[in-house]
Design a protein around this ligand. Sequence first.
Ligand code: ADP
Length: 578
Amino acid sequence: MFASFQKKYFLSDKGVAGVKRGIFWTALTNLITMAGMGLLFLVMAGFVEHLATGADLPDALPIVGGLLVFFVLLFASNWQQYYYTYCIFYEECGKQRMEIAERLRKLPLSFFGRRDLADLTETIMGDVQTMEHAYSHVLGELWGAIIASAIVFVASLFFCWQLAIAAFWSVPVAFAVLYLTRGPMTPVFDRVRAEKVKVTEAIQETLDCVREIRATNQEARYLAGLNQKIDDHEKVTIQGELGTGIFVNAASVIMRLGVATTILVGADRILSGQIDFMLLFLFLLVITRVYAPFDQSLALIAEMFVSQVSADRMTEIYNTPVAEGTAHFQPQGHDIVFRQVGFAYDKKKVLDGVSFTAKEGEVTALVGPSGSGKSTCARLAARLWDATEGTIQVGGVDISTVDPEALLRDYSMVFQDVVLFDDTVMGNIRLGRRDATDEEVLAAARAANCDEFVSRMPQGYDTMIGENGSKLSGGERQRISIARALLKDAPIVLLDEATASLDVENETVVQQALSRLLAGKTVIVIAHRMRTVENADKIVVLKDGVVAEQGTPAQLKAAGGEFARMVALQKEAATWQL
Ligand code: ADP
């Protein structure tokens, strides 16, 4: 039972051991509490005896001693129960979050096309929390209560089996009723979660686009949209809670029917002289203690059902195959060869039969209209995605057989969306190579022409640059990213030349930095301007996902095909004036 449970709820071995101990200590706590009821019963029996027959009152000393032992045991057992049902799971949750994050890091990018950021954040934070609550508040309580009650039930059969059945029948019936509601409630729980993700997404989008929203006076429209989503979420949440509330209360009332049947059967037994009143009294005392922990589990068992939705979503992450391969990557040189490469995002085919070679020490420019597949080629070359057809080799090694982390050690990427962290300039550049000395970082920064703008910052290279470099201009961000790549000094450079679409002054410094970076490397550049292209060693023209033509700039110009047409178009655009 525990093995399937461990798999279903992604518990570690320590977590499962914690659940088992949690159940044990909860059961023991429940039994000790019921033993307390036994003590109360003995005292009451003594009093009744005294009233009925004038016998001596029971001795106070054993009663006080018994009470003391009871409280000490209860405290010790509760202490253990708390540790094994709560503390252990806080640790377990931390571990799970790390595991999911680690798993996400290894998943192919195609996965992220299907699940957006808000959704994944919700899984790491929300879903894991739901599961944590389910383990800590429900599992131990529920199974502990079941085990303790089963023991008390068996024991009570020896006193009077009719009374035992009259007292306990309602527990399984109440749970069965609640279990039956699981079917109709699951779609509601699914919707609650979906609406919650929509709200998170909307808030994230509003924050991300705050500048555009203000610039286009869209505040009112955005807020109205957000309001609507919050309302929708509230509505389904209320539906979910109402449904759960009704069923849980119904189950609780059904469970309480056990008191009525105990009294009825008890009265009948007393009248027929088969038991005395004190036994009925004992049963009534015990069942209040049996029902109490179940009441708590009933209220929370709905949470167990909700947690199934979360568990399913975590399964999806764990079941998605990660991009794997050998960590041993020793290519013969760094020529990149595309052979009949085809690729589709979901079902949409965007590359078909693409073949070209990007030689070491040369700049290979990918050109073509927007949407022709240039960026996709660059992503495939670094195994950010896996090609669906054909092969891509680096230095004779098929990259689909290489662990992406090992492969990427040989790549530097300077792409359009430079990601910067809320760290110092120095820290951001050092991402290129973690073990670089300060001198090496500064040398790379100088070569990337960062000195000029960093010297104007209050603490120079130790200045914090704000979340995602919000305090930096486009050109400055790009120079940091080039410095990173220079520091890494990887033999392959993938470059999106849109990064160099800057004002003239900035452009010269960025270009200087780039030429230092590119010297002697295998370079694939996604080119946008003909000036870059004219200096390239080789040009690959993509059109609608196929290679329209390839060759040196001179050859292609002479051929008078697609490339010659693009050059002519850009010349025309360059002379265009407002
Ligand atoms: P280019 O760089 O030449 O502008 P891309 O390689 O970015 O072209 O895109 C090629 C095609 O693939 C386009 O039609 C684009 O809409 C589509 N595409 C790009 N990225 C994705 C993605 N993550 N998911 C689905 N389709 C995409």
